[in-house]
Design a protein around this ligand. Structure first.
Ligand SMILES: [Zn+2]
Length: 183
């Protein structure tokens, strides 16, 4: 497994639509493994392919010991409402409360192409919605009010200089532990 560089806000790939996966190859599995590795190294709970510069419609999620690689995921049902403070591995150190559905049902394929359904509530629901947004070029910032978005972007202005070429290169060793919920 390998740690991949994470594309940060400003990298055009984060705004691109992904492509439906039709071939369930060993390369797809390797990409998912590398994405899990990268997500763990960055202390995240979800990571979508565009965040590592790829356009496969693939995301990995790990919330409260539930772990999924989801290919071609779609939300087929939503219920309730929740407000959660979100962060994003592609917008480090920026957090804001986002309104989402409290429960979602996601239909997807696994890495072998089998159809699966995942039902998530609360944090898992938030994470699934955040990651599926990434697969359509959408970021949590887009879901904020104008005022909250301005505040978030102001914070980002002070952070973005750390990321040369809009890339976040993870250190070889472990990051200090923290409890941030980021995807
Ligand atoms: Zn994100």
């Amino acid at each position: 497994m390998a740690r991949l560089d994470i594309h940060v806000l400003g990298s055009p790939v984060l705004r691109q639509e992904t492509e439906r996966v039709t071939q369930f190859t060993p390369e797809l599995r390797r990409l998912a493994d590398d994405m899990f590795d990268t997500m763990h190294a960055a202390k995240g709970i979800g990571l979508a392919a565009p965040q590592v510069g790829r356009l496969e419609r693939l995301t990995v999620v790990e919330v409260e010991e539930q772990r999924f690689a989801l290919v071609n995921p779609e939300i087929i049902q939503r219920a309730g409402a929740i407000r959660w403070e979100e962060g994003c591995l592609s917008i480090p150190d920026v957090y804001s409360h986002v309104d989402r559905a409290n429960e979602v049902t996601v239909r997807a394929q696994d890495l072998d192409g089998n159809l699966i359904e995942v039902v998530g509530t609360e944090l898992l629901a938030v994470c699934l919605q955040h990651e599926i947004d990434h697969l359509h070029g959408k970021l949590f910032l887009d879901r904020l009010s104008l005022l909250k978005r301005r505040a978030a972007l102001k914070t980002w202005e002070q952070e973005k200089g750390k990321y040369v070429g809009n890339l976040r290169v993870l250190p070889v060793g472990d990051l200090p532990p923290d409890d941030a919920d980021q995807g």
